[in-house]
Every structure is written in structure tokens, then in C-alpha cells.
Write a protein that binds this ligand. Sequence first.
Ligand code: FAD
Length: 380
Amino acid sequence: MRYDVAVIGGGPSGAVAAAVLAKAGISTILIERNLKNVKPCGGAIPLGLIKEFNIPDELIEKKLSNMRARSPKGRYIDMNMPNGYVGMVRREKFDHYLRSEAERAGAVLVEGLIKSITHSGEGFVINTLNDKLAPLRARKIIGADGANSITANELHFPPNELKVIAMQQRFKYTPAIQKFSDIVEIWFDGEVSPDFYGWIFPKADHLAIGTGTEDNHHNLKALQKRFVEKIGITDRPYLDEAAKIPMKPRRSFTQTKAILVGDAAGLVTPANGEGIFFAMRSGKLGAQAMIENIKNKAPLHNYEKEFRKLYAPIFFGLEVLQSVYYRNDRLRESFVAICADDDVQRITFDSYLYKKMVPAPFSTQMKIFSKNIYHLIKGR
Ligand SMILES: Cc1cc2nc3c(=O)[nH]c(=O)nc-3n(C[C@H](O)[C@H](O)[C@H](O)COP(=O)(O)OP(=O)(O)OC[C@H]3O[C@@H](n4cnc5c(N)ncnc54)[C@H](O)[C@@H]3O)c2cc1C
């Protein structure tokens, strides 16, 4: 069977891309290696995403407007989002829902692990480990197969460079940890992560607790163990999960007949490791460019240009923030002190919730600038 587009990987980026293509009448196959896959993920999503993609209320296990940052010395800063909330989803349900939306739009959903992709005539031949699937043919490909993308390897895209390795454990609520059930807590603490952060995300019936590191000299399991001990949890987790977080866009993620979206393209923001929003946005933008390419011969590169125009400033800003403030505990202490500022909180939350750089009045910018300088000098 030959399709216009094969979307490889049925996570948020692939499912959204397949739904957009199928809705436009493009024959689309969505290939997922494991339809029961539970992607290791904190499942925190911003309100802007929930609105844009009409995510049903029953998938949002918690709507959290309160957040707390903890410094290395144990200082807590409480923050509030008056204009919205972080939604907490469980990826096994969320991904299943997005894939079923793609099917409902007319995409063909199949289970199969991609083994190889070869160029053939005007398109591609895709081989899977599922014997029931004959080699599939497609004119175009969207690689949505995550940080270890086989699509990117087979089609010789430039490498995915910066990868945090992150681990998360799920703990059923007990009276001892019930106090974390209505707040997002973030730990900036070198003992928990030397170059990233630790998180405590509450879900309907459990807490998801995790940490990550860029540095492969650190033992991730030991960092996670210390984090759980510092929180004071003595119960055993019912699930351990770990995966890479690719926090740097590939040098290029577009070719003439194929594109990469989401983690496959490296579209996770530095500093906060947020990837679901960018996976779904890139899936949508990539699919729209593919439709224009198939119907009007518009170049696929328009997708990458558009994505970079919209989001490169956010990636750049967060990369600077991470490289300046996540280097040692003194700087992390300063970073948490800056988070106490009301203007910093307002600007941060507005840009997180809707992914728009919100310009602040000049006087506010100057105030924040001077505080940064003061805390940086103090932190050093
Ligand atoms: C521990 C952890 C916590 C995180 N927490 C958050 C968070 O709270 N909020 C947030 O926004 N982001 C978070 N992220 C990042 C987020 O999970 C990813 O950015 C997001 O899942 C990317 O979506 P995707 O569709 O591009 O890729 P994925 O979700 O990785 O989906 C890729 C899909 O492709 C399939 N696949 C892979 N290889 C093949 C193959 N060869 N053949 C067929 N199918 C294949 C996989 O089974 C998978 O379903 C976290 C990541 C980690 C590791």
C-alpha cells in the first residue's frame, strides 16, 4: 500500500501531525512501535496547549496554579499563576487520546517497529518488524520517533546534540506525601541535579518525582535516590522510568521529502525540559507545510523557518538562563532569590502558559536586569 505521508512514531508530535494531514484529505499512515507505550514524562502542559488542541477536561488530572521553588539551602519561594494553570496529564492516556483523534480524522494507525527506510523512486520504502505489514511505501515522511529517532539516522539528518538523561519514579499517595498533592514543586539543588533540576508533580492518584542531568559522569539513579531521601519519602515507588531529553534543535530538521518533529528534531527547551508543547506545535506546523508541499509544491523548509521564527528566541533565552544559573549551588541560590520577584514571576508564567515573549515596561526590565546583576555577582 502506498500513502502520501508516513508518520513514524505515535507520541504527541506524530499523532498531531497525522490528524492535521488526514483532516486535509492527505492519505496518511501513523506507525507506532508499541501502542501500549508509556513514555517516561512528567506530563506537565501549559494552558495555551490545552486551549489550542482542545484537550478534554477528563485528561487533565490536576490544574495547578501554585508552584514552589526550593533553593540548595532549603529556602522556599511560593509562586502563583493568577492567569492560568499547569495541567497534569498521564502520558499513557494522553498519547492514546491523540492517536485516536488522528484515526478519527482518517489516518491509518498501525503497530510496527521501523527497521529501515530506503529511498525508492519518488518516495520511500519503510520496513517494519511487523510481518503482517508488507513493506510500506510513502511519498513523504514525518519522523516523530523521539530522541533516538531511527528516521533521522536512516535519512542522515545531522545529529541530536544536547541530551539530558532524566529519570522519574511514581509514588502512590500516602498520608506522608499527601501535602504535595496540590502544588508543583521544583528543586534547584546540586545534590539533586548538578546541571538541571528536580521536580515533584502531583497526579490524581500518585506523585511523579524525577531529576535529570546532562553530565554522564553523574549517576542518575544515585541523584534520584538522594532526592527522594531529601524529600523524606520512605515508601517504594510503583514505577521507575527514564529517557533522554534532547534539548537542542538539530542543525537542520528538514529535507526535500522528509521532516523531523518533536523530540526527533531536538525540540525541547533548555532549562525547563519542556517538550510536549513543542512536539505538538511542530507536528502541526510540519503537517501544514507538508500539505502545502503536496498541494502547491511549497518547499518543506518553510516548516523549519516558521518554527525557528516563532520559538528560537525562547530556546535562546532559556539556554542562556541554564548556562548562567545552573552551574553551581551559589548561582542556583541566586536564581531562586530572583524568582521571589513579582515581575519575574508574572513575565515567566505569561510566557510559559502561552509561549509568547511578553514585553515588560522599560522600568520593569531595568529593575529585573539590575537584580540579575546583583544576584550574579553575589552568586559568584
Ligand atoms: C523523565 C521525563 C520527564 C519529562 N517531563 C515533561 C513534562 O513534564 N512536560 C513536558 O512538556 N515535557 C516533558 N518531557 C519531554 C517530553 O516527554 C517529550 O518532549 C515529548 O514526549 C516529545 O513528544 P514526541 O512525540 O516528539 O516524542 P515521544 O513522546 O518520545 O514519542 C515518540 C514515539 O515514537 C515511537 N517510536 C520510537 N521509535 C520508533 C520506531 N523505530 N518505530 C516506530 N515507532 C517508534 C515511540 O514508541 C513513541 O511513542 C519529559 C521527558 C522525560 C524523559
